[in-house]
Design a binder for this molecule. Structure first.
Ligand code: HEM
Length: 448
């Protein structure tokens, strides 16, 4: 009896401790399930994160490899910031449309300074929506229709000038064209001297935008900031002249000058200048890069005849704006994952456009896939939601006009090998697609 008693107690104790352990661990599992976790992925080295990996290969390969490894939502650390990347249409819509109030636009301070801190894409709320309405109404279909003869004249003179050159850098040529169209939409017909001054100084700003932001005399960044100040002065002069002449124009500048909110507040000259530079910036390289890709695809397959579908497929294939940035303003939960406050969020448009689930054989250029509408939120070359592109109709119209005149009156051949893609920061074919252009009698049918 003496020997049995302690053994029974030991068994009873063992039984209860096992029960307690089981109960506690079940609770822990339950608790664990309730706490959302960070998405899968790797954060790389302290401070630099995975920035070196991002730049050591093509950025799109970096994102694609990550998606293959971790799925549609993954974390990383690039350019000094922890980020969550989103490669599904649903997640992209969650950030940009349905829960956009939980995320704010975010750009590096150096870039904000270069464009101008009052430009609409840095803002949210009332200020953003007032400005956006002004930009949208100056770029409405009705307003664009009135610009068509002037855009057509610009397209013809651009193409004629290329036919007189030995070799043309297509991307640079397209940049000149898209800049001129941007000026037209903002200022209407602008005096030649003002236009030349704007062009000269804007090209210095453009060079500095992607340079290392060291503000020391002699650096590209410093020169760009100086040119940015001169741009402000030129725009102030144009505003003064307009006010003196009491001109009531319907262009973007006219919309900015006539604006008055419900409290009677108007826009200051600096706010107007920042937004003009912002629109020029948003309009130039995007459209020029898209047009350069369209020329490349048309060159590679001259049988392509339906201009609208060629444009849409070029936008999908090249995915000029391959992603965008937002920042979580609070801790956000999505699909069981936590996106901590302050982390960057990047909807990856290119990954969506190149997912075989939404676009069959996505690596093939096939304009006829657009005979059927893509699934909702899977084709987003112009973004989605409150900050989506207000210039998309103008961009499509100017691309159609230029392509129409090119294929009906000109021929061209690409010069040199075309293997790589360069980033400026938008993707552009190797060396800007050097090409020779010449005029042909009108014989090519292109359906719009
Ligand atoms: C093929 C040409 C173009 C492409 C692919 C493109 C693409 C985009 C994208 C993806 C966004 C959204 C960015 C984000 O959500 O963070 C955007 C915004 C914007 N785009 Fe475009 N764009 C093009 C041409 C233009 C043109 C021609 C203009 C003006 C004339 C323009 C003006 C703007 C403006 C002002 C915004 C900011 C809107 C806001 O923050 O509310 N874009 N664009």
């Amino acid at each position: 009896m003496d020997s049995i008693f302690p053994t029974t107690i030991i068994y009873i104790l063992l039984f209860f401790s096992t029960l307690l352990y089981y109960h506690l661990s079940k609770k822990r599992i339950k608790k664990h399930k309730l706490i959302p976790k960070l998405p899968p992925g790797s954060m790389g080295y302290p401070y630099i994160g995975e920035t070196l990996q991002l730049y050591s290969k093509d950025p799109n390969t970096f994102f694609k490899d990550k998606q293959n490894r971790y799925g549609d939502i993954f974390k990383t650390h690039i350019l000094g910031c922890p980020c969550v990347m989103l490669a599904s249409p649903e997640a992209s819509r969650f950030v940009l449309v349905t829960n956009s109030h939980l995320f704010k636009p975010t750009y590096p301070k150096s870039k904000e300074k270069m464009i101008g801190p009052s430009a609409l894409f840095f803002h949210q709320g009332d200020y953003h929506s007032h400005l956006r309405k002004l930009v949208q109404s100056s770029l409405s279909l009705e307003a664009i229709r009135k610009l068509i003869p002037a855009i057509e004249a610009l397209a013809i003179s651009t193409l004629d000038s290329w036919a007189n050159e030995h070799v043309t850098n297509t991307f640079k040529g397209m940049k000149k064209f898209s800049f001129e169209v941007g000026i037209l939409a903002i200022f209407g017909q602008l005096e030649k001297q003002h236009k030349e001054e704007l062009k000269k100084n804007y090209s210095i700003v453009d060079k500095g935008y992607n340079s290392f932001p060291t503000n020391l005399p002699g650096t590209t960044y410093h020169k760009a900031l100086m040119a940015r100040k001169r741009l402000n002065q030129i725009i102030q002069e144009i505003i003064c002249e307009r006010k003196e002449k009491k001109l009531l124009e319907k262009d973007l500048l006219g919309h900015f000058l006539n604006f008055e909110n419900e409290k009677g507040q108007t826009l200051g000259n600096d706010q107007i200048a920042d937004n003009i530079i912002g629109v020029l910036f948003a309009a130039q390289d995007t459209t020029a890069s898209a047009l350069t890709w369209i020329l490349k695809y048309l060159h590679d397959d001259p049988k392509l005849l339906e201009a609208v579908k060629v444009i849409l497929e070029s936008l999908r294939m090249s995915s000029i704006v391959s992603f965008t940035f937002r920042e979580a303003v609070v801790d956000v939960e999505y699909n069981g994952y936590i996106i901590p406050k302050g982390w960057k969020v990047m909807p990856l448009f290119r990954n969506i456009h190149h997912n075989p689930e939404y676009f069959n054989e996505p690596q093939n250029f096939d304009p006829y896939r657009f005979e059927v509408n893509p699934k909702p939120n899977t084709f987003v070359p112009f973004g989605n939601g409150a900050h989506s592109c207000p210039g998309n109709e103008l961009a499509k119209v100017e691309m159609l006009i230029l392509i129409h005149h090119l294929v009906t009156k000109f021929r061209w051949e690409v010069v040199g090998p075309q293997r790589t893609v360069q980033y400026s920061p938008f993707p552009v074919p190797h060396n800007g697609l050097p090409a020779r252009f010449w005029k042909e009698p009108e014989n090519h049918e292109l359906s719009l």
